[in-house]
Design a protein around this ligand. Structure first.
Ligand code: MEV
Length: 426
């Protein structure tokens, strides 16, 4: 058996202590890292105080590992911080299915440019201002880059300006929007670009004689796309057809596209959270990208190419591997070690792959047996806890709830409480 597969053997069944040791040996984690993972030495109130205002506590989430991923030829363990019971089970079993079928997962980063917007809300003379801005382009870029000596030294910085002339939504004249396009290297770049935009406001006002309004980044980072492709041969025809049809459903109906994309984000958000990235920024960018044609669309699509099932994901994923919470939160630092990536584009590509594989897992289940049984089987543990089972009572209550689910095809908290009461002999 290959070493990655033997590392993962019975991974979800072994005690958590052994699971942690296996991850530690694969990823080179140290004893201090294990203290962080166990919660003995995790985010302190002291650090939390520096992250946000009005801190009153810490809010822990489970951190799990998505297994069986081979992305661009590299075996990788993917840390995910998430509360939904079925996500890690589903993504791992789908990645294993791809692996066992000799499928491939390939990714690409397309562009590395974030956008800062400077708005002139009511242009008095749009044509003249556009001309002045275009003529001064090189000077404005140089002035903006003067604010970013360290980023420029690392090969990043502002490399283009675009001037957009838009009709106001209230039909009250023209709005100009100036985009400063920036390569933020391995930072997510929000603070960098916001400072540039606010810093450039006086220069833009002096040049155009117009009044500037908002200065802020755009989360629709369509110059910073992540792409992933999954190819699997020998998927049975009915399943492949069902998955293809699920794409058609999402392309046809925005009500379905929303849920389809939620399933994709099930694979992405937990990685963003685990690595201390701004998941709200990525979410808003992905949804806006999904709606760019004017109709909300799925961000993945699946089709049969001959005997091969092929899935593709493309959407903006602006993340950072330096700065921000990624370098401050003790668990995020370990998540980065587990992933074994250094650069922002590598992290974005892993997110794209995870989103696509998570989506495949959901569509495969929906197109065949449905998701309820698998989901509720895992949810049985939550119900058992909510019913008040002790640690000793948990295994028996879970087993009884699984039997009940197989028989009745549904379980809920009331049923869990009744079964617990029977177990206790009441
Ligand atoms: C549940 O968290 C996600 C799904 O609804 C996604 C989908 O329907 O594609 C299963």
């Amino acid at each position: 058996m290959d070493p990655f597969e033997s590392l993962l053997e019975n991974f979800h069944k072994v005690p958590v202590e052994e699971r942690v040791l296996r991850v530690a040996s694969w990823c080179g984690l140290h004893a201090q890292d294990l203290d962080v993972l166990s919660g003995r030495d995790s985010l302190s109130l002291g650090t939390a105080e520096h992250l946000i205002e009005n801190v009153v506590g810490i809010f822990p989430l489970p951190l799990g590992i998505a297994t069986y991923f081979n992305i661009d030829g590299r075996d990788v363990l993917i840390p995910m911080a998430v509360e939904e019971s079925s996500i890690i089970a589903a993504i791992s079993s789908t990645a294993r299915w791809i692996r066992r079928n000799k499928g491939t997962i390939r990714t690409e980063a397309r562009g590395r440019r974030i956008i800062g917007q400077i708005q002139i809300p009511r242009s008095k003379n749009p044509a003249a201002s556009v001309q002045l801005l275009n003529d001064a382009r090189d000077r404005l870029i140089a002035e903006a880059n003067n604010m970013l000596p360290n980023l420029c030294a690392r090969g990043g910085g502002i490399d283009a300006i675009e001037v957009r002339q838009l009709e106001r939504a209230d039909h009250g004249g023209e709005m100009l929007v100036i985009h400063f396009l920036c390569n933020p290297c391995d930072a997510m770049g929000a603070n960098i670009i916001n400072q540039v935009c606010e810093g450039m406001k006086p220069a833009i006002e002096a040049l155009t004689g117009e009044k500037v309004g908002l200065c802020i980044l755009s989360n629709l980072v369509d110059g910073n796309l992540a792409f992933a492709e999954v190819r699997i041969d020998s998927v049975d025809d009915e399943t492949a057809y069902g998955i293809e049809e699920a794409t058609e459903f999402a392309k046809t109906d925005p009500y379905r596209a929303t849920t389809h994309n939620k399933g994709v984000l099930n694979g992405i958000d937990p990685i963003l959270i685990a690595t201390g990235n701004d998941w709200r920024a990525v979410e808003s960018g992905i949804h806006a990208y999904a709606a760019r044609s004017g109709k909300y669309q799925p961000v993945t699509e699946w089709k049969r190419e001959g005997k091969t099932l092929v899935g593709r994901f493309e959407a903006p994923i602006a993340v950072g591997t330096v700065g921000g919470v990624t370098s401050l939160h003790p668990t995020s630092k370990i998540a980065m070690k587990i992933l074994g990536v250094q650069h922002a584009d590598e992290l974005a590509r892993i997110c794209a792959a995870a989103g696509l594989v998570q989506n495949l897992g959901a569509l495969k289940a929906l197109a065949t047996v449905g998701i309820v049984k698998g989901h509720m089987r895992l949810h049985a543990a939550n119900l058992a806890m909510a019913a008040g089972a002790t640690r000793e009572e948990m295994p028996l209550l879970r087993e009884r709830l699984t039997q009940l689910l197989n028989r009745e095809r549904r379980i809920n908290l009331t049923m869990a409480k009744e079964v617990l009461s029977e177990i206790r002999g009441n």
